[in-house]
Design a protein around this ligand. Structure first.
Ligand SMILES: Nc1ncnc2c1ncn2[C@@H]1O[C@H](COP(=O)(O)OP(=O)(O)OP(=O)(O)O)[C@@H](O)[C@H]1O
Ligand SMILES: [Mg+2]
Length: 290
């Protein structure tokens, strides 16, 4: 079941994925606010459009995003799907404050979000611990506290022995864990993730899904997670938002009712993923025709 959405209306409940549970029950830290339609929000986009090119907002430019409306409630985990080039990273950059919309409004009331990319972007000349400490320093944490806080964050991502290790001594999955620790070191309540696990093998990715879900719940984070992987989106998200292409608009939105912890092979995950994949394929075909 799905609904066409001109703006971010409350997503329909996907009973096929829910095994009879209401979305939000014991699922996250701010259950009463999870639809994000009313009440407090951690991220809000209203009528957001973005064009690139010589004539911003008008002829000659490339309109990438068109009239995006999206609210993410505090503590909510929302996954964003869409064809390559539809504007997912552009949208994340707007929320991160790295770019400004051509029109419309982006609000992130709890301060600057942390951003985590597919490429871990750790400094190779620093140890894992020092990479995390650098983020703590930039977040204004006093020098005397940094070591302890970095070790605590590395423990949180299950890397208690990685403090002195250099980046080349870590596996791909370990590097992404350090990158997650570094993102958390910024102290943001909102975490923006742009295909953070795309380069990892399936088993490592599965482990990191578990870690991320645990950290999200423990830290009461709001997460906006971009992926190409439909199962990953359904495995992780309380909501899955599908963007159309050229220009990017919110095409569909699904609530995922299955309780956490979920596994990628759960039938509730695979059946909803199949439905969403059908819609994603339509969007990709439509994108290819333009
Ligand atoms: N700074 C920029 N200047 C000009 N065009 C840009 C800029 N950033 C993105 N674009 C264009 O905007 C469109 C959307 O790009 P974006 O990176 O947001 O897509 P995406 O959905 O993240 O794609 P992918 O899934 O491949 O990562 C693309 O056509 C891209 O070329
Ligand atoms: Mg991208």
């Amino acid at each position: 079941m799905s609904t066409e959405l001109a703006t971010a209306a409350p997503a329909p409940s996907v009973t096929g994925a829910g095994a009879g549970r209401q979305t939000g029950q014991q699922d996250g830290p701010h259950t009463e606010q999870q639809t994000g339609q009313h009440g407090p929000y951690a991220v809000r986009l209203e009528h957001v459009s973005k064009s690139f090119g010589p004539h911003r907002g008008g002829g000659g430019g490339q309109q990438v995003l068109d009239d995006i409306g999206l609210r993410v409630a505090p503590g909510e985990f929302v996954c964003l799907l869409g064809a390559s080039g539809c504007g997912k990273s552009t949208l994340l950059n707007l929320v991160a404050g790295l770019d400004r919309p051509t029109s419309g409004e982006v609000r992130v009331p709890h301060g600057r979000p942390a951003l985590m990319f597919q490429d871990h972007a750790l400094f190779p000349w620093l140890s894992a611990g020092r990479n995390v400490e650098l983020a703590l320093k930039l977040a204004g944490v006093p020098r005397a506290e940094r070591r302890g806080r970095a070790e605590e964050l590395l423990r949180l991502v299950r890397l208690p022995d990685a403090y002195g290790k250099r980046v080349h001594q870590l596996s791909g999955g370990m590097r992404q864990r350090v990158a997650l620790a570094r993102s958390l070191a910024q102290g943001s309540r909102v975490l923006l993730m742009d295909e953070p696990f795309a380069a990892l093998d399936a088993i490592t990715r599965d482990l990191l899904h578990e870690e991320l879900t645990r950290v999200w719940r423990e830290r009461e984070l709001t997460v906006l997670f971009v992926t190409h992987n439909v199962r990953e989106a359904v495995r992780l998200g309380q909501r899955v938002v599908l963007l159309s292409s050229r220009p990017g608009r919110i095409a569909h939105e699904w609530r995922v009712d299955a309780p956490h912890p979920r596994r990628i092979e759960d039938s509730s995950v695979t059946s909803l993923a199949r439905e969403i994949t059908g819609h994603l394929h339509e969007e990709i075909v439509r994108h290819a025709r333009h």
